[in-house]
Design a protein around this ligand. Structure first.
Ligand code: 7TS
Length: 408
């Protein structure tokens, strides 16, 4: 019995309905009761527009918001609370860097290195910069097991490279990328590094200072927190010289009819009324994650990953993409296809047994082309999953081809 299941109301066994076997954790995670309650408690007892009011409730809301920022700061090992910018999600965080660093600081002839496994959120903003500034985009390609070799990294990050934006973990293959090597190579070339941590932070720690990364982006909803809250970490000296991304209320100092000056960090990058309830939920999610511990999370997931890969290898007509031989440098994300069956049909049939997996291009169309497929089915694990979940998934998967009239 998984001891954490009890904390997640949505995963509780229901007497009348089929049990939910939730294997779409890379899309979003379920929320523990403590997070749901923290958000509820905020709205019950502390809700007011922060910063603006001088009355007690507004001061309380401001404190809760700033406490949440401090919790995030300590969680990722930043130097100062002002390096933590609250956004809506990883997508907004990455756009902030593209608009406020990419556009003003990159010039014609500069190059950006990305990887072919980027989520569109860490690709399309850079295409916008490339078109606007005449910057060239280069791509890292993985080897047959889904990993980037040192040679590939050294070849694609050169003296012309001014910015490197890569994902820590692939949302399709589960590959954990060699970010220390990438950051080291980029810094030697004089480039800044943007790390997309959307898929890593739910599963293992991020220490921005140890990594010496320049920017890091992630979403709360993939790490047990509510939707609508995300984080951009940036080194203070970079954030300070960047112009604002969105403008309006909260982010100003003095405003005149024709001009305005801007607030200090982090408010400079937080225009408009912030999502205080979301930030409070994120801080509680961090406390919950710390209570469970990344060691437990990794141990549980890597056992389940090995168990799932083993089970899949015994089912004929199933192709698994990425590293199937080892669980090293690999998270619990598995993309696969069933011969002659469209992934949407696979996901629809699995749904009949209460199994939730994702099917499609996973917002990673260049990687789909690289893998020579249109789409895949994707199962993604979290520490509240169980072997029983995997058994139900595997049994259901065995029925897929039969349902459509194909031999086993
Ligand atoms: N980066 C990576 C690596 C992601 O996997 C995702 C979302 C994002 C950025 C964007 O996150 P958002 O919260 O701003 O949307 N990935 C997925 C997924 O794999 N299935 O649904 C969303």
């Amino acid at each position: 019995m998984n001891p954490y299941l009890i904390d997640f109301p949505i995963l509780q066994e229901k007497a009348t309905e089929k049990r939910l076997v939730y294997l779409d954790n890379a899309a979003t995670t379920q929320k523990p009761l403590s997070v749901i309650k923290a958000v509820e408690e905020y709205y019950r007892a502390s809700n007011a527009n922060p910063y603006r009011g001088l009355y007690q409730l507004s001061v309380k809301a401001t404190q809760e918001y700033e406490n949440a920022r401090h919790t995030v700061n300590e969680f990722i090992g930043a130097e100062d609370d002002s390096e933590i910018i609250f956004t809506r999600n990883a997508t907004e965080s990455l756009n902030l860097v593209a608009y406020s660093y990419g556009l003003p600081f990159l010039q014609k002839g500069d190059e950006i290195t990305l990887s072919v496994m980027e989520h569109h959120s860490n690709l399309v903003p850079w295409q916008m910069v490339a078109k606007a500034k005449g910057v060239k985009l280069n791509f890292l390609y993985p080897d047959a097991t889904g990993h980037f070799t040192d040679e590939e990294i050294e070849k694609k990050i050169t003296q012309n490279t001014k910015l490197v934006a890569v994902t820590y973990v692939s949302n399709v293959l589960g590959t954990v990328n060699p970010v220390a090597k990438i950051i080291d190579t980029a810094h030697s070339a004089g480039a800044v590094v943007v790390l997309d941590c959307a898929q890593s932070i739910p599963h293992f720690p991020l220490n921005v200072k140890d990594l010496d990364v320049d920017f890091a982006a992630f979403s709360g909803h993939k790490m047990l927190a509510p939707m609508g809250i995300g984080v951009l970490y940036g080194k203070k000296m970079l954030l300070e010289k960047m112009p604002p991304f969105l403008t309006g209320g909260e982010m100003i100092e003095y405003v005149y009819e024709q001009d305005a000056t801007f607030a200090q960090l982090p408010q400079k990058f937080e225009a408009g009324t912030p999502n205080v309830g979301g930030a409070v939920g994120m801080a509680e999610a961090i406390r919950y994650l710390q209570k469970v511990g990344y060691d437990t999370i990794q141990k549980t997931e890597s056992e389940l990953l090995a168990y799932t890969l083993q089970g899949l290898s015994g089912i004929p007509h199933v192709t698994v993409y990425g590293d199937t031989a080892s669980t090293r440098n690999r998270c619990g994300v598995i993309s696969f296809n069933v011969d002659d069956v469209h992934p949407h049909d696979v996901a629809t049939i699995l749904n009949e047994d209460g199994v939730a997996v994702r099917a499609g291009h996973h917002c990673a169309q260049p990687l789909m082309r690289f893998l020579n497929v249109n789409a895949t089915c994707r199962l993604s694990l979290y520490f509240y999953n169980t072997k029983e979940d995997i058994d139900i998934f595997l049994e259901s998967l065995k029925k897929v081809r039969g349902w459509l009239g194909y031999g086993a």
